[in-house]
Unconditional design. Structure first.
Length: 362
């Protein structure tokens, strides 16, 4: 048995330990700290194996909002850990590697979004959760890949919508909701002529999904003609038009339960795990090259180091956090994952449960 007190100085020192020992350290330290490990579906399989909760961006945000743990270790990318902190400001939120950012999120800055808003004074801003806390703070509401269409449809059909930062998810949502669509690169000097109810999309994208191409899909279909095709909405429109299902990573997990043959257009981490889970099914990556290097920055060694040293802690200035929280809560409320407390519930909460008939412990 390992001596848990034996903290090593660097992630590199942990990397020299056998995987079994790393797992044992992670589990014991996690219990000591009352920590929970949240793992995105794109994590390495060994990280997924030690995660308390696996999921897509929506599921992870809901889990972050609900957990009673004192510490959340987020195995994902930076915006996901920020989301956990936004929803659970009293908890310590840790990331095993601070460099695990999301290039799509980095397409748009709060300044850039403020400039766009200034050009469309009456417009509402919908921000994909793959965005920084500062950008969320400038938004009316957030969305994820699983609820973007629902969020778009929650606005009046004639209201202009600014959608950041993913042009592909924006275009897919525009198609599904019957709204006109254009990107910020197509905006001219004047915005007078923009059609009523249009979605104006920031011209950002995910390099992993935007790189999936028709030739790869054609080849996969040639080899597996009976397989159904499921593709993530961060992919390009020409691919989505040929998919049987367009959906988030969590819903892909449910589809793999129900189908024996699937071609899956998303990051490899999800497919690797599904193949382990269903060794007798034919679950084929649309592209073997669809790997998010940022997601893969998290390793067992860095996770063990992170728990032992309680690093890297994520922090957000309170004014930014509170405004970003409003945009996230709006989305969670719409998706049934969270509702505002009734005045009675809020009063009970504020009174420290006095009226709830509990045991009266402090
Ligand atoms: P979901 O987990 O919401 O499907 O999004 C995938 C993604 O690219 C997250 O970075
Ligand atoms: Fe960002 Fe794409 Fe990686 Fe998701 S897969 S974290 S959107 S770069």
């Amino acid at each position: 048995m390992i001596q848990i007190a034996d903290i090593l100085p660097t992630p590199l020192a942990y990397a020299a330990l056998p995987a079994d020992e790393l797992r044992e350290r992670i589990i014991r330290r996690k219990m000591e700290l009352n920590a929970v490990i949240l793992g995105h579906n794109y994590q390495r399989v060994e990280i997924q194996a030690v995660s308390d909760f696996l999921g897509d961006s929506l599921g992870l945000s809901q889990e972050a909002a609900d957990t009673d743990a004192d510490v959340i270790v987020f195995c994902g990318v930076h915006f996901m850990a920020e989301t956990a902190k936004i929803l659970s400001p009293e908890k310590m939120v840790l990331m095993p590697d601070l460099r695990a950012g999301c290039p799509m999120a980095d397409f748009v800055t709060a300044d850039g979004l403020r400039q766009l808003k200034a050009r469309f004074p009456g417009a509402a801003v919908i921000t994909y959760v793959n965005s920084t806390a500062e950008v969320k703070a400038e938004s009316d509401i957030c969305c994820t890949s699983s609820n973007a269409v629902e969020v778009v449809n929650s606005f009046a059909p004639d209201r202009t919508l600014l959608f950041v930062p993913d042009r592909n998810l924006a275009r897919y949502s525009a198609e599904r909701s019957g709204r006109p669509y254009l990107t910020t690169s197509q905006l001219g000097a004047s915005v007078e002529a923009i059609p009523e109810g249009a979605i104006v999309a920031w011209d950002g994208y995910c390099y992993v999904h935007d790189d999936l191409v028709l030739d790869e899909l054609a080849e996969a279909k040639r080899r597996y003609p009976n397989a159904k095709v499921v593709i993530h909405p961060e992919a390009r429109g020409d691919l989505l038009a040929r998919a049987d299902f367009v959906t988030s990573t969590a819903k892909m997990v449910s589809l793999a339960e129900d189908h024996d043959e699937l071609i899956i257009g998303t990051e490899r981490g999800l497919i690797d795990r599904l193949r382990q889970q269903y060794p007798n099914k034919t679950l084929v990556p649309l592209s073997g090259a669809a790997i998010c290097g940022n997601m893969k920055m998290n390793t067992l060694a860095k996770l063990a180091w992170s728990l032992d040293h309680q690093k890297h802690e994520v922090s957000i200035p309170e004014d930014v956090r509170a405004r970003a929280e409003a945009a996230l809560r709006g989305m969670l409320e719409l998706s049934g994952g969270w509702r505002a407390p009734t005045p009675e519930e809020a009063a009970i909460e504020a009174a420290g449960m006095e009226g709830a008939g509990g045991c009266g412990c402090a």
